[in-house]
Design a protein around this ligand. Structure first.
Ligand SMILES: Cc1cc2nc3c(=O)[nH]c(=O)nc-3n(C[C@H](O)[C@H](O)[C@H](O)COP(=O)(O)O)c2cc1C
Length: 323
């Protein structure tokens, strides 16, 4: 007889459609007869770009939420218990439950979600669209601001961040600027996902190769600033989690917000740099009157800028608990 953990293995490719910073897919699964431990691979975290591990915990919380949706959709009764253990690099356990996890989302929503970083059609989200997203939040709140009002702030955060020591080097590890990159179909950020042309990608490769951090910061900042100068919405997820477990819970809200947008045909473009840079974080906090945890453009991608589906790692060898 197959156990629920064995059945869960078939769902791994679907769970892996969860979003992750730089598409590094840091999650790990350790199987034992009692349950599945969700953890992270330190080499797939971003110690330079994400030193507080805010994005890592948001991502892992989002992964757990996605796993619960996938399990419920497959008829498995599974629940999650969060406990972050830094030594074991673990964040939560998936355990058998008496009922299936209740969610408004299905495997189809998980499969349909994706980031879009190119041009969006003009138009702000209306109260009804925002209401459907807010209905999914349990630990956080959501503030909508006009995209244009953050263009200058985003440009400043980019310039600061990309000229900070180590950030460009870390980014280089995860950029896939040519289809010939050996990991182009596995992980990282492809130039197509970044809405870059081949020529732009070649230019960026040259700057990265020359370790020309100043021009690089300027080029990256210029691209982002242009992207916010339109009539559109930026959504700020706010909250003030006091523990790592609380941050992971906020990550569950974050992906539910993204699934709720995807259900409405809306894509997101995360702008974490606004929260990563202390100076712009302070200003954003002041503007929205709460601590920003995640920031993203939301809207309908213009038909000429439909993004490709992002890559994922293939099946990973199963790890037994305690290894
Ligand atoms: C916590 C978190 C932070 C992220 N921050 C950024 C960001 O600052 N800029 C960006 O372009 N994408 C960001 N992303 C999106 C990831 O790059 C994206 O999820 C990944 O490349 C996989 O692509 P997909 O979401 O289209 O499947 C973030 C994702 C997560 C979960």
């Amino acid at each position: 007889m197959t156990t629920w953990t064995e059945e869960f293995r078939a769902l791994e490719p679907l769970c892996a459609r969860a979003p992750s910073p730089h598409n590094a897919q840091p999650w790990t699964l350790r199987f034992s007869p009692e349950g599945i431990t969700v953890g992270w691979a330190p080499e797939r975290s971003l110690p330079v770009g994400d030193p507080t591990r805010r994005d890592l915990l948001l991502c892992l919380g989002g992964y757990v939420e996605t796993a619960l949706i996938a399990a419920a959709d497959a008829g498995l009764a599974v629940r999650a218990e969060f406990a972050v253990d830094d030594e074991q690099h673990s964040v939560a356990r998936l355990l058998p439950a008496s009922d299936r996890y209740r969610s408004d989302f299905t495997a189809a929503d998980v499969g349909a979600r994706g980031c879009a970083r190119g041009a969006y059609l003009p138009g702000r989200l209306d109260a009804e669209q925002l209401g459907r997203v807010r209905a999914q939040l349990t630990a956080t709140a959501l503030v909508e601001v006009p995209a244009r009002s953050l263009a200058a702030l985003a440009a400043r955060s980019d310039r600061r961040l990309f000229s900070a020591p180590g950030v460009a080097a870390e980014l280089r590890t995860w950029l896939r600027l040519t289809p010939r990159h050996p990991r182009y179909h596995q992980d990282g950020l492809t130039f197509r996902a970044l809405a870059m042309s081949r020529v732009e990608a070649a230019g960026l490769r040259a700057l990265l190769a020359a370790r020309a951090s100043r021009p690089l910061a300027r080029v990256l900042a210029a691209t982002q600033a242009g992207l916010l100068r339109y009539e559109g919405s930026v959504l700020v997820l706010t909250g003030d989690p006091a523990t790592p477990e609380g941050m992971a819970e906020a990550g569950r809200d974050l992906v539910r917000a993204w699934y709720a947008l995807a259900r409405q045909g809306l894509s997101v473009h995360p702008l974490s740099q606004l929260v990563d840079c202390a100076d712009t974080e302070r200003e954003l906090r002041h503007r929205v009157g709460a601590r920003p945890l995640a920031v993203f453009r939301a809207g309908r991608p213009s038909p000429s800028a439909v993004p490709p589906r992002s890559a994922r790692l293939g099946p990973r060898p199963p790890a037994a608990a305690g290894h």
